[in-house]
Design a protein around this ligand. Structure first.
Ligand code: GDP
Length: 192
């Protein structure tokens, strides 16, 4: 996949507005501020294609990007503390409708901050993906904030807590590029 060809496709506020899948799709989910925009920008080798959220927690739309005939789907982040019930309901409806819809779900990349134990919402999201047999990986983000030893310890703890197979978890950092090649490899395996 030639990531340098990445471009923005469209933004949707409702799942019913999204056209049928015409190519493989890779979706990104995670709590707000987990580093989702940063990792997508890192993948694309671009500074600001996916807007690094200036207003954390603002419920956004579902944004589609495309590179070399693969779609990359930026799903709105969850778990922002000051979000209203209406916004949380909108998030749940969007995400529920999205994963319920008839699409090519080649790979779901679920992002979890390596420094923290997974939240209730992380558990819910990953249990849902696992329970419904989505092809998914858990990307542990911001690894540069921990030492190698701490990274290994946290990765093991998170795998255990989430009860996901070891090969489904990768350690990443958008800052240093750790794990980005591995992520690209998983995407290629799922899409090509
Ligand atoms: P999003 O809300 O999930 O899209 O998260 P962002 O990509 O906007 O990142 C949230 C914050 O975490 C920003 O201040 C980023 O600079 C920071 N951040 C994201 N990824 C990394 C990383 O790999 N390492 C470090 N140290 N900071 C990161």
């Amino acid at each position: 996949i030639n990531y340098q060809l990445a471009k923005f496709v469209a933004s949707y506020g409702k799942v019913s507005q999204i056209p049928e899948s015409t190519c493989p799709e890779v979706s990104f989910v995670g709590r707000s501020n987990v580093g989702k925009s940063s990792i997508m920008n890192k993948l694309f080798g671009r500074k600001n294609l996916v807007k690094v959220s200036s207003t954390p927690g603002k419920t956004s739309n579902i944004n589609f990007f495309e590179a070399d005939d693969v779609h990359f789907v930026d799903l709105p982040g969850y778990g922002f503390a000051r979000r209203s019930k209406a916004e949380r309901d909108r998030w749940a409806e969007l995400i529920g409708d999205f994963f319920d819809s008839e699409r090519s779900f080649n790979l779901v990349v679920s992002l979890v901050d390596i420094r923290h134990d997974p939240s209730k919402l992380d558990h819910d999201m990953i249990d849902y993906l696992q329970g419904n047999e989505f092809n998914f990986i858990v990307c542990l983000t911001k690894a540069d904030k921990l030492s190698r030893t701490q990274q290994a310890r946290q990765a093991a703890a998170i795998k255990k807590q989430l009860n996901v197979p070891a090969e489904n978890v990768i350690i990443t950092s958008s800052q240093t590029g750790t794990g980005i090649d591995e992520l690209k490899k998983r995407i290629a395996e799922a899409c090509l």
